[in-house]
Write a protein that binds this ligand. Structure first.
Ligand code: AMP
Length: 424
């Protein structure tokens, strides 16, 4: 019988990978703590309408990429393709904005999009996102961008760039949309089929189409910033001034539009070298109208999401291996396994990583296992040790057994001896 395989575009993260993930997640959580962002966890399943209403019916994500199915009662459910929609739903549902106007929230978890899988693009992928509710001031935009940049810096990544744009607001965007549509109509014949369709439904999306012919048309398209109202322009200038103060800078990319309809004003992306085509590691922006349009009290907001799968790919290329805690391995002469139990317990209670060979084979096979696992120290319990109340410590650092030093210590002084030895 053929074994069942993992679903296309989804993958297992094995221990070789999860040690990078855990290392990264700890540091990213630290960044969130330092900026005062509290964690929110929402379900991976939501009513399909949530995403259609927030992300936009016409976006690729909603129109083509969602995992949608009927629940047993016939209602339409979808696996979340991104995090903001659910956070906004929860923000409204739990009346968070009524209790306190300003909220800093972050989330982390799997997202699902039925995209064409390739390196750095999966159908189940992981995001860390932060949302700052309750401020329309440019200092909130600056903070969110600073947090996104801080996440990459906290894990030692330096080779990335920031791109910025503004999406305007309901005052200035309609005028720009008209100008853009008129320009695109003049070049309609050069556009790909998707973009010709987008011309009617979502002309801004033509600007970031990856097809060469569309890119050429988009290069010469009118810029939103040139048509932005005074408020949007001022907002954007102040965001840039704030970033400048922090030494973050950023490049203006007139063609950057994001794949979700809810953005207004500031949008940004962090792009990293070394990832090929999938070089966006984080993206976000302001979404002032979303909370109200989803039935909440008007609440300006700004946020970002970072792609953790891509960040791990970068870590594996660019950062020295995360350290593992030293492993202590208990080997006991056959027949003495019961004696190992309190010893293991004592070591773990003292905070050490301690294991044994639960198959309880010969002394020799236990030592082989310790070697394979990369144990730093082996603690030997034979008849002599048990009769004398001692433990023999074997230093596994040297590559060959004949060079490995071993010495005996009293049981009572064992923890201190190991602690002192490992600190050296
Ligand atoms: P978005 O929610 O589309 O703004 O994406 C935010 C970030 O999530 C991107 O910059 C990517 O790093 C990451 N991302 C989006 N889609 C995928 C995917 N299919 N596979 C892996 N990472 C993704």
């Amino acid at each position: 019988m053929d074994p069942i395989r993992v679903i296309r575009g989804m993958r297992d993260l094995l221990p070789e990978q999860t040690r990078w993930w855990r290392w990264m997640e700890q540091r990213l959580d630290g960044v969130m703590d330092r900026y005062g962002y509290a964690e929110i966890r929402t379900p991976v399943l939501e009513h399909t309408g949530l995403f259609a209403r927030s992300i936009g019916q016409e976006t690729d994500i909603v129109a083509k990429e969602m995992y949608t199915f009927a629940d047993r009662d016939g209602s339409s459910l979808s696996l979340r393709p991104e995090g903001t929609a659910a956070v906004v739903r929860s923000f409204i549902e739990n009346n968070l904005g009524k209790k306190e106007p300003l909220h800093r929230l972050f989330y982390r978890g799997p997202m699902f999009r039925h995209e064409r899988p390739q390196k750095g693009r999966y159908r189940q992928f992981y995001q860390l996102g932060a949302e700052l509710f309750g401020s329309a001031h440019p200092s909130a935009d600056v903070e969110i961008i600073e947090v996104a940049v801080g996440c990459l810096q906290a894990i030692g990544l330096t080779d990335f760039s920031l791109e910025l744009n503004t999406q305007g607001c309901p005052v200035c965007r309609p005028g720009y949309r008209e100008q853009l549509t008129a320009y695109l109509r003049e070049h309609e014949r050069q556009l790909c089929t998707d973009c010709r369709r987008r011309l009617a439904s979502n002309p801004l999306r033509v600007l970031d189409c990856k097809q060469a012919a569309c890119t050429a048309v988009a290069e010469a398209a009118p810029h939103l910033l040139d048509h932005a109202c005074d408020d949007c322009r001022q907002q954007f200038d102040q965001v840039r001034a704030g970033l400048e103060k922090l030494g973050i800078g950023g490049r203006l990319n007139h063609r950057m539009v994001r794949g979700l309809d809810y953005y207004n004003r500031t949008t940004f992306e962090l792009l990293a070298a070394g990832l090929g085509a999938q070089n966006a590691v984080a993206g976000g922006g302001r979404y002032d109208g979303l909370v109200e349009s989803m039935g909440g009290i008007p609440t300006p907001a700004v946020g970002f999401a970072a792609g953790l799968d891509r960040i791990v790919l970068l870590l594996e290329q660019q950062v020295a291996e995360p350290e593992r805690p030293p492993l202590l391995f208990i080997a006991a002469q056959p027949g003495y396994w019961l004696e190992t139990l309190p010893l293991l317990q004592q070591l773990r209670q003292a905070g050490f990583t301690a294991v044994n060979d639960v198959r309880q084979g010969s002394f020799k096979s236990q030592l082989k296992r310790a070697d394979r696992l990369g144990a730093r120290l082996v603690l030997l319990l034979g008849q002599d040790e048990i009769e004398q109340g001692t433990v023999t410590i074997k230093d596994m650092q040297a590559p060959s057994d004949s060079e490995r030093k071993q010495w005996q210590v009293e049981r009572g002084g064992l923890l201190q001896e190991i602690g002192g030895f490992l600190e050296r």
